[in-house]
Ligand binder design. Sequence first.
Ligand code: HEM
Ligand code: HEM
Length: 220
Amino acid sequence: MEKIKRHSLSVRFVHWSVAISTFLCIFSGFGQMPVYKRYKIDQLPGLAWTSDFSVTLLIHYIAAIVLIFAVAYHIVYHLIRKEFSILPRRGDFKESYQIIKAMLTGGEEPESDKYLAEQRLAYAYIAVMLILIIITGIIKVLKNLPAVSLEMNTLTAVSAVHNAATMLLILGIVGHLAAFLFKANRPLLPSMFTGMVDKEYARHRHSIWYRRLQQKNDKS
Ligand code: HEM
Ligand code: HEM
């Protein structure tokens, strides 16, 4: 089966460093709330460290640094290259409804560009949650500095946003992975590992993107 390039090495580097650091932040973040001792996770073989606050805090900080780097790299990289194809567009909610309806009923999907309308919305949702978490996270780090003192109410509010955005992000990730349960989306899965996608799938499902690639090839 002929393949075409869908994701550069940069995009795949960003995706997996965001995904892995996010999974580590979620696991170590819950470690900050002493749930692993309460639910005896730390009794499981090899997991005694999970109830050691200083260990989970260190993991949280290291994963947080990787996450912030990957997010900054992502923004600068696409700004420099003026690549905005993943940003939401007018009508994306309606188009997402039509695509999901077509996937559930076996009907005809509307024409799509590189990313489907619901992918652009998923991106925006996950981006907003990550930005909220990063901003509140930085405030939570700063409050630990001797020179910084914040009002109790402010701190409570900041932690509440950090935790609420965490829960909403987890929902977003479950939705993101559930999208691959749909057979129609399966051909996209290998593309974030190999960078390549099936040519016929792209020509049929991402026809606007495929035509643009063809025109670019014709010109070059
Ligand atoms: C996807 C990313 C992240 C998730 C899911 C996450 C989740 C959490 C959770 C659940 C807690 C426990 C909150 C509590 O005790 O009420 C926590 C604590 C914390 N997080 Fe995050 N976090 C993330 C990223 C970050 C980032 C990027 C930073 C810093 C820039 C950060 C800084 C902190 C700090 C300082 C604490 C408090 C540690 C303490 O108790 O002293 N987090 N995080
Ligand atoms: C914290 C975990 C993760 C986050 C925050 C995340 C986020 C994203 C975002 C925002 C996109 C672009 C929009 C979209 O296609 O929805 C994306 C694309 C993608 N993700 Fe993830 N992802 C995560 C984990 C995973 C995992 C575990 C897998 C696979 C096992 C995966 C597979 C993919 C694939 C295949 C694409 C490309 C879709 C395309 O080519 O259009 N992601 N991811």
